[in-house]
Design a protein around this ligand. Sequence first.
Ligand code: HEC
Ligand code: HEC
Length: 338
Amino acid sequence: MRISLKPRRWLSCLAIALAALAVGCGQALVPAATDARWAALGGRLFADTRLGGDGRTGCISCHRPEHAFSDGRPLSLGVRGQTGTRNAPTLLDVGELPHLFWDGRETRLEQVVLQPMTNPVEMGLGSIDDLLRRLRADPKYAAAFADVGGVSTDAVATALAAHLRTLRSGDSAYDRYRSGNRDALSPDEQAGLALFTGKAACSDCHVLQEPRPRFTDDRFHHLGINDNAIAGKVATLIPRLDGKRNLGHLVLTEVDIAGLGHFVASRKPADLAAFRTPSLRNVALTAPYMHDGSVATLEEAVEQEVYYRGINKGRPLSMTVEERRQLLTFLKALSAAQ
Ligand code: HEC
Ligand code: HEC
């Protein structure tokens, strides 16, 4: 059989081959290795508390598996006992989030995972080069990284991001109920679900999307009060945002900047003091609550949300004690850490 290709075909074949090569090279900033291998290496880095500037702080210090990868504190505790301005969010399902951090100032996991290393109130390293030097000097890490092309900034970021993408929430009682097991939720929990999507309208923002609800609209909203307090300071704060200091460092070390919310990313006045709707999966495991950890218990968080959402709508949301309890019971049925 004779295979003949017209010249134009040849050209287009060549173009496709070149394009495929280009795509391949783009991805090969770090050499190919299986996702599982990257994730395993990332898991080691994530759990290694020696990597912090004080030799005892790592990602896992603030993202603890038993708290659904949050830390149980209002504000996280970093190197040498320093606190930042924000409450540590869960990392379960973080691979699905379009906006990262409470203010959505980043969008790609690979951009986010190195930031805690040098943040002065998180792991407090002098520079990423410090980290790379230490990893190269450690025979076990050097061997593990040799498998993925050697120690480099990209390799560390790829490994940590790959690990985070493996952190997924498991099926909760609510998921079992959704997939047809009507006994998976008690009558009170079912009543709570009906309130959540009905009268209390929580699902306006904590959205129950198909096929697997994430309980967030991936958008930013105001708490409803105190917005004016921050507005008065904006003029003096904006030049700070344009200064040389790293945005993440500013946000986590200066409470006024942290209070600007999504404005730091969008620069739109409407986003002043607006924060990301958090997922409510595993919410019973992630106390305290809100971006600043200002609400200690889930019960108080529900009270506050019922109150503020009434303010947003311009009329109080009247809910009986019994209904609030049912709402709370429903939220507790959303737990299944991994
Ligand atoms: C000192 C505590 C602390 C340490 C150490 C720490 N984190 Fe965090 N992490 C936080 C806090 C607090 C936030 C929220 C910051 C914000 O919203 O501005 C956060 C946010 C994140 C987010 C964004 C999650 C989301 O829902 O948007 C990711 C991803 C993350 N951390 C990964 C890591 C990794 C990887 C490490 C280790 C390299 C690490 N963290 C170390 C406290 C910490
Ligand atoms: C207008 C959108 C919106 C509505 C409606 C809404 N929420 Fe929220 N919810 C948010 C935002 C935004 C936050 C984070 C606020 C912050 O950190 O300042 C939040 C935070 C929470 C938290 C704390 C979660 C955490 O991890 O810190 C709980 C619990 C909660 N909401 C429950 C509810 C309940 C119950 C309802 C219904 C009564 C409700 N929400 C209605 C947007 C909304």
